[in-house]
Design a protein. Structure first.
Length: 396
């Protein structure tokens, strides 16, 4: 697959890490499509001054620079053979609508990570724009835990996953795209058999809302000073680990029911949370004996705090508008719950997490156990795309 130009959509933590990672092997054009002018200005200053982004990963330091940055899609998307959406799920649809009219007909577009229902939204947009020859893919999760240290200048990669799943639509493209991205990113990327695996195997939907629920249920209004910020992943207690395990078990139950009804559907890559952690972070976890220890002894999670927002001078409260909720509830748990609703599988623990975290966000997705809340139309549940029966979902 000859790729001469890659366009990255988004200017956040992952984009900062991806640029120097790509430059290890890729000497073609790396373009940035950035929705915000202030981001464009900063990256264009980097480019015109011949600056670089330095990435540190343990004792290793490497660097790279983009070729072009713009908020005008025609300038940075028209020549790209590969377009990577490193964006929160709630931005996928608006960005795709903006760039699709300018994208090559044989291009590849992928979301890293995809989160639930990415295929429904993107296929609808491609059809409207008569661009149905474009290949799409979704990656199960981000390859790295990373944080910007200085915008358009420095990024720290805290940890790298040992392997990541990827699915494509149509499926026959999965091996070619997996090989291409494995070579570009120097990460073991595994081909997955279908896009529904990405939705059900989306670990972020368990971990982020589940830990937020466990840390802050009953403590929503507590005030913290900076030195009191709770660790996020390494703040997992036995009680929180139990909540996470129960959420994982409910998704595994749904997976078993789908496989029972549809013998030919391959969902072998939908793993338990603990199994996924140990597979993804085999070389980072010191103590793999329990789910709790798999979190708290994971070097890739070291020192990452819970999302907080300042409410008054020196005092903070939990940030319930962080991506841990605004992405992983409506584009994660709610999509999985929608599939469970089609399959007539109950999810009492996930229901409780959805209801509680939705209230924190000022949203309503679930009422009386059904996805009929006033904000359900903003999600990517299959029902919003005319998929009303489990048979049609599986056939897609």
């Amino acid at each position: 697959m000859g790729i001469k130009t890659i366009t990255i959509c988004g200017g956040g933590n992952a984009s900062h890490a991806l640029i120097p990672v790509l430059r290890k092997k890729f000497d073609g054009n790396i373009n940035l499509f950035l929705p915000f002018q202030n981001e464009v200005t900063k990256f264009n200053h980097l480019i015109t001054s011949n600056g670089i982004i330095n990435a540190t990963f343990g004792s290793e330091t490497f660097s790279g620079s983009p070729s072009k940055a713009s908020n005008i899609p025609d300038e940075v998307c028209a020549d790209a053979e590969l377009i990577l959406l490193l964006l929160p799920a709630f931005a996928h649809e608006s960005i795709l609508k903006e760039i699709i009219p300018f994208v090559k007909k044989d291009a590849i577009i992928g979301a890293i990570p995809s989160r639930g229902g990415f295929e429904f939204s993107s296929l609808k947009i491609l059809k409207v724009n008569k661009q149905e020859d474009i290949k799409i893919f979704g990656m199960q999760t981000l390859p790295w835990a990373c944080r910007i240290k200085k915008y358009a200048s420095r990024v720290e990669i805290l940890g790298q996953k040992d392997s990541i799943g990827l699915a494509t639509f149509p499926h026959e493209n999965v091996f070619e795209i997996t090989k291409t991205l494995t070579d570009l990113l120097s990460i073991n990327i595994k081909p997955l058999p279908n896009m529904i695996t990405l939705t059900l195997a989306n670990i972020g939907q368990i971990v982020h809302p589940g830990i937020m629920y466990g840390l802050f249920k009953g403590n929503e209004n507590r005030k913290y000073r900076k030195e009191e910020f709770p660790l996020f992943y390494q703040g997992v207690t036995e009680e929180i680990a139990q909540i996470l395990e129960e959420m994982s078990n409910e998704i595994l139950k749904l997976t078993r029911e789908v496989k029972k009804k549809f013998k030919d559907v391959n969902l072998a890559n939908v793993l338990s949370l603990k199994e996924w952690l140990i597979t993804s972070y085999a070389n980072s976890i010191i103590d793999k004996s329990t789910l709790k220890t798999s979190f708290v002894t994971n070097r890739a999670y070291q020192g990452l705090f819970s999302p907080m927002r300042e409410i008054e001078n020196g005092y903070f409260q939990p940030d319930f508008q962080s991506r841990y909720l605004t992405e992983d509830v409506p584009y994660g748990l709610v999509v999985t719950k929608a599939i469970a609703q089609l399959a007539e599988v109950k999810m009492p623990i996930i229901d409780e997490v959805i209801v509680t975290t939705s209230k924190w966000m000022g949203r309503e997705y679930l009422t009386n156990g059904y996805l009929k809340g006033k904000d359900i139309k903003e999600t990517r549940i299959p029902q919003n795309y005319g998929i009303k029966h489990i048979e049609r979902l599986i056939n897609l």
